[in-house]
Design a protein around this ligand. Structure first.
Ligand code: ZN
Length: 170
């Protein structure tokens, strides 16, 4: 898919062969024009919307979704990262990742966490930055803590514990 001439309009080739013009909003970070580009990697085709100014990107397997994602994008609040902003940065920087790849990278970071003299807080952050890319992570965190708060716990006396399985009333 060629993306030149008019940077603010993406030509979308529909499955039917018709071409639809979709407006691309300016970059939420730097205000420059953006363009759609097609990438093939590992047998998959991805559609990216790339900022011509700062290089911000979104990647999707579907061109319409890429444009929608780009147009709904907002600049990250500068003071605090969120799970969403971390994910967005990872996707921009590295492209889409599969769950096995995410787990593999998280394990590598976990190994660094276990190394002698590791900066534990920094290495733990790297592990979590990897793992939070698993789709549904932020929601699962809320859901799981709600469950944990209601559970009964067997304390081991070393600052950790195991939850006591609820008895099945049947
Ligand atoms: Zn930009």
């Amino acid at each position: 898919m060629a993306s030149q001439a008019n940077n603010s309009v993406a030509s979308m080739t529909e499955p039917s062969g018709t071409v639809e013009a979709v407006e691309l909003l300016p970059c939420p970070f730097c205000g420059e024009h953006a363009a759609v580009a097609e990438t093939r990697a590992a047998g998959h085709t991805f559609y990216g919307v790339d900022c011509m100014g700062c290089g911000a990107q979104v990647h999707e397997s579907d061109p319409q979704r890429a444009v929608m994602l780009w147009n709904n994008r907002r600049a990250t609040p500068s003071d605090q990262e969120t799970w969403e902003s971390i994910n967005q940065w990872c996707d921009d920087k590295f492209g889409p990742a599969t769950i096995p790849k995410i787990i593999k990278r998280a394990k590598e970071e976990f190994d660094e966490l276990e190394e002698d003299g590791a900066n534990h807080a920094i290495e733990a952050a790297d592990v979590v930055i990897c793992l939070c890319r698993i789709p549904g992570f932020a929601e699962a965190l809320q859901e799981k803590m709600a469950i944990n708060r209601k559970r009964q716990w067997r304390l081991t006396g070393d600052g950790t514990g195991y939850h006591i399985p609820e008895r099945n009333p049947t």
